[in-house]
Design a protein around this ligand. Structure first.
Ligand SMILES: Cc1cc2nc3c(=O)[nH]c(=O)nc-3n(C[C@H](O)[C@H](O)[C@H](O)COP(=O)(O)O)c2cc1C
Length: 138
């Protein structure tokens, strides 16, 4: 049996050098998670983090203590914790997705669906186009 911990938090990064700040977190996390036999994922939207970690209870507690006192984020709200029967990120010490990659993956998927599925894919493409749009109304 493994323990998992998942939370959503708000970034405290200043607007400049965001990529550099993220790189520092990822560079420290990958080897540390690996040495603790923890696996998981980190998603960064540009404003908020979502993280999912899984491993032995003591390892998750150790990481949790570090992450909770980290001033680079705040308003940390746990969305799941406790036992889990299996790992979701078996081969990932920390699967990281940042804003541009995250958005472009969604768009790429919608474009491929539109090409492959015709009308059905078009519905999803139209939905995405209207949700993502920020100007041009009227
Ligand atoms: C959003 C966020 C996610 C983090 N995720 C991890 C992680 O998965 N593993 C890790 O070792 N450190 C992670 N860190 C960094 C830790 O908070 C901490 O700075 C680092 O592990 C060093 O621990 P220490 O401050 O107790 O020495 C994360 C930091 C932030 C802000």
């Amino acid at each position: 049996m493994f323990t998992r911990w998942s939370y959503i938090s708000t970034s405290q990064f200043d607007a400049t050098h965001v990529e550099k700040h993220i790189q520092e977190i990822v560079d420290i996390s990958i080897p540390r998670n690996r040495s603790l036999d923890v696996t998981g994922a980190l998603l960064f939207t540009g404003n908020r983090f979502a993280q999912y970690l899984e491993g032995a209870p003591s390892a998750i507690e150790e990481l949790k203590a570090s992450i909770l006192r980290d001033p680079r984020h705040g308003e940390i709200r746990t969305i799941a914790s406790g036992e889990t029967p299996h790992r979701h990120f078996l081969t990932w010490s920390l699967a990281y997705a940042g804003p541009s990659q995250f958005v472009s993956d969604i768009i790429e998927r919608a474009l491929n669906d539109a090409l492959e599925k015709g009308d059905e894919g078009l519905e999803a493409l139209i939905q995405m186009m209207s949700e993502f749009s920020i100007r041009g109304r009227g």
